[in-house]
Design a protein around this ligand. Structure first.
Ligand code: PLP
Length: 417
C-alpha cells in the first residue's frame, strides 16, 4: 500500500508537470496526417481530359452507377464484378446510411420495410461485433435499430454466437463487419469466418451483411488476403446477402474521394431505383480524376505503400512507448495491427474512462471511452481506441508520454480505492 501511495505521488507530479505545458493534442479520430494528404496533391491539378473512353462528356449529368472506367478500376483492385458496383458518392458512410435507410423505408427482396416492425413495437436488430466502429452504431441508433453486441475474436466475430442468434430470431436483420484491419481492433477475417457468414442459416430471409471494407488495401507491409464475400455468398445460394462498401477516403481525400457499394444483382437494381430518385448522378469528374491519377489497380497499391511509409512509424512509436512504459505492469494490454488506422488498448477494468479523462485534462483528446461499443457502453470500462495517424511524430511522442502516465495514474488510483 505504501509503495502504491509513493507511486501515486510520483505519477501525480509527472502528470501535473505535463499539465503546465498547455498541450493541445488530438488522437480522437482516424484522420490521415498532412503528409498523407500531400501524397494525393496531384489530384488537385489539371487533368488531361474530361472525356470518358466512349467519348461521353464527364462534365454533364448522367451515369447513375458510376463511370465504367472507375468501376473497372475498383473491380480490379478488389476482385469484384464491375457490373455489380455502384460508384460515385464521396463517402461510404453516406452510402451505408442510405442503404440502411432504404431497407427501413422499402425493405428488400419483397420483405416488409424494416421500420414496419419498429412501428409495430418490435424494432429490428443488428449484430455488432465489439469493439467496433462507433459511426456504424450511430447509424443504427439514429434509425431505431436495436444493437446486439457480439465479441470480435482474433479472426472475426464469434461465429458460434452469430450463427445461433441469426438462426433463431427473424428480427435480427444483419451484421456489421469491417473485415480487414477492423476499426479499432485491427482484426482480419479468416476464410472460415467469411464462409460461415455467407452460408449460415438465418431466420430472416432478408438478413444482410454490411461489409465495410474501409481498410481493404491499407496494409503496412505484407498484404493480408481476404476471401471474396460476394462470391462466397453467391456459391452458398445467397447472392444478395451482402452489401460491400469501400471508399478512397483513406487513399486520397477523406470525404472527397470516391465511394462504392457492390452487391448481388437484385440488390443493385433495388439500390439504383432508390438512388435514381435521389440523384441524377454522382460527381463524374471526381471519378474520372481518380482514374486518371491512379490509372491501374497497381497504381493504387503503390500509392498505399507510400501511405504505409507515413503510418508505420507512427504505429511503431505507439507500440514502443507502450512496450517500454506499460508492459509488465499489468495495467494494460493492446493490439499490434498489420494495417488500418487504429490500435485497441485495454486498461484494467474500470480504468478506461478515467484514463481518457486524465488525458483530456492535460490536453490530449482521445476517442471517448466506450465509443467502440453500442450505445457507448463498454461493460468493463476498459477499452480505449488509439488513432496515431493524425499527429506529427513529434506530437505523437509527447502524446504517448502523457498517455502512458495517464494509464499508470488511473490504474494506481484504482488500486488504492
Ligand atoms: N468505415 C470505417 C470502418 C471507418 O473507420 C471509416 C472512417 O474512419 C469510414 C467507414 C468512413 O468512410 P468514408 O469516409 O468513406 O465515409
Amino acid at each position: 500500500m505504501a509503495a502504491l501511495e509513493t507511486q501515486l505521488t510520483e505519477l501525480q507530479k509527472q502528470y501535473d508537470d505535463f499539465k503546465t505545458l498547455g498541450l493541445q493534442l488530438n488522437m480522437a479520430r482516424g484522420k490521415p496526417g498532412s503528409g498523407q494528404l500531400d501524397l494525393s496533391a496531384g489530384l488537385l491539378g489539371a487533368f488531361p481530359s474530361y472525356k470518358l473512353e466512349d467519348g461521353t462528356d464527364a462534365r454533364n449529368y448522367g451515369i447513375l452507377n458510376g463511370i465504367p472506367e472507375c468501376r473497372n478500376l475498383f473491380a480490379g483492385l478488389l476482385g469484384i464484378n464491375a457490373d455489380r458496383i455502384i460508384a460515385g458518392a464521396s463517402s461510404s458512410l453516406n452510402v451505408m446510411f442510405d442503404t440502411m435507410a432504404s431497407l427501413c423505408l422499402f425493405g428488400t427482396g419483397g420483405g416488409k420495410p424494416w421500420h414496419y416492425y419498429k412501428f409495430e413495437g418490435t424494432p429490428v436488430k443488428f449484430l455488432c461485433p465489439v469493439p467496433g466502429y462507433d459511426r456504424h452504431f450511430t447509424i443504427c441508433e439514429e434509425l431505431g435499430i436495436e444493437m446486439i453486441p457480439v465479441p470480435l475474436l482474433e479472426d472475426g466475430p464469434d461465429m458460434d454466437m452469430v450463427s445461433e442468434l441469426a438462426a433463431k430470431d427473424p428480427l435480427i436483420k444483419g451484421i456489421w463487419c469491417v473485415p480487414l484491419y477492423s476499426n479499432p481492433e485491427g482484426v482480419c477475417y479468416s476464410d472460415e469466418v467469411v464462409d460461415r457468414l455467407a452460408s449460415m442459416e438465418t431466420a430472416a430471409e432478408d438478413f444482410r451483411i454490411f461489409w465495410d471494407n474501409a481498410y481493404g488495401v491499407h496494409h503496412f507491409e505484407e498484404r493480408t488476403p481476404l476471401k471474396d464475400i460476394l462470391a462466397a455468398c453467391e456459391s452458398a445460394g445467397h447472392p444478395d446477402r451482402t452489401y460491400y462498401f469501400f471508399s478512397t477516403s483513406k487513399i486520397t481525400f477523406p470525404g472527397a474521394g470516391v465511394a462504392l457499394v457492390a452487391s448481388g444483382e437484385k440488390n443493385i437494381n433495388e439500390l439504383k431505383k432508390h438512388m435514381s430518385a435521389q440523384t441524377i448522378g454522382h460527381n463524374k469528374l471526381n471519378q474520372l480524376h481518380h482514374v486518371q491519377f491512379f490509372k491501374t489497380p497497381e497504381g493504387i497499391r503503390h500509392h498505399m505503400e507510400l501511405h504505409a511509409k507515413e503510418l508505420a512509424p507512427r504505429f511503431q512509436m505507439v507500440l514502443d512507448w507502450l512496450e517500454r512504459e506499460i508492459s509488465g505492469t499489468g495495467y494494460a494490454r493492446w493490439t499490434s495491427p498489420k494495417g488500418g488506422y487504429f490500435i485497441s488498448l485495454y486498461t484494467k477494468p474500470g480504468c478506461a474512462s478515467r484514463t481518457v479523462e486524465l488525458a483530456k485534462n492535460a490536453g490530449l483528446t482521445l476517442t471517448p471511452a466506450g465509443a467502440a461499443y453500442p450505445y457507448g457502453n463498454d461493460p468493463e470500462d476498459s477499452h480505449i481506441r488509439i488513432a496515431p495517424s493524425y499527429p506529427s511524430l513529434e506530437e505523437l511522442e509527447k502524446a504517448m508520454k502523457l498517455f502512458c502516465i495517464c494509464i499508470k495514474l488511473a490504474a494506481t488510483e484504482h488500486l488504492l480505492k
